[in-house]
Design a protein around this ligand. Structure first.
Ligand code: MG
Ligand code: ZN
Length: 219
């Protein structure tokens, strides 16, 4: 079996949602007004992130020192080593912003992981965002994780078992494409509501153990 892993970043690799926390902290909480519309699918991720970014008032130094407080799931680095041993590629697929993901992965010396995400730049006392990934059919996501998995399969002749690990609504499209889903928090509620099979987990230690037990990875 050839295994590939796609995992969400905010709330999955990190224990808390870094992107949300940046917007919340540096907008004085004003970003919360937008979230009910986004969660209900009435507002696209691009519109939501663009409006949220426009609310941010902070220097780049303030933003980067804020990012440094976020704890990473302690099972993540060992999980990546385990995947490397089994030659299973790991993609970080995020509908957040690249700058804080690169910063945090860099501190873990995991900057080599493949990253699919939107682009954000702390500059001029605020934050600007760009969306370099074009989706083919999804009208909701900035980076559609379902389409990224489709594209990965199309680019290869091999028959991959794709594992997805996530925690939120931005992971919904991935559940239609992945072979095995690990879900917690909002993603778990989404799977339950939509009758999607999933495995629950708390940390990447749980994910590692279950993938070895099921033969997706070897020790
Ligand atoms: Mg998340
Ligand atoms: Zn999508």
């Amino acid at each position: 079996m050839k295994t590939a892993v796609f995992c969400d970043f905010d709330g999955t690799v990190t224990r808390r949602d870094v992107g949300y926390s940046i917007f919340h902290h540096f907008s004085g909480g004003r970003n919360d007004e937008l979230l009910p519309d986004w969660k209900a699918g009435r507002m696209t991720t691009r519109t939501c992130l663009t409006l949220e970014a426009a609310m941010v008032k902070a220097s780049a130094d303030e933003i980067y020192s804020f990012i440094d407080q976020f704890a990473v799931d302690e099972g993540f680095v060992p999980f990546v080593s385990l995947c490397q041993k089994s030659e299973a590629p790991v993609f970080v697929a995020s509908d957040g912003l690249d700058f804080y993901i690169r910063h945090i992965l860099g501190k873990l010396t995991l900057e080599h992981l493949m990253l699919e995400t939107n682009v954000g730049k702390p500059e001029n006392g605020g934050l600007t965002v760009e969306f370099p990934h074009e989706n083919v059919s999804c009208r909701r996501c900035g980076v559609c994780k379902g389409e990224r998995i489709q594209q990965f399969r199309k680019a290869s002749d091999d028959d991959w078992q794709v594992v997805f690990v996530g925690d939120g609504y931005s992971d919904a499209c991935a559940t239609r494409e992945a072979d095995l889903i690990f879900a917690k928090k909002d993603l778990e509620r989404y799977c339950l509501r939509n009758n999607i099979a999933y495995l629950s987990y708390d940390t990447f230690f749980d994910v590692s153990r279950q993938l070895v037990e099921r033969g997706y990875l070897s020790r």
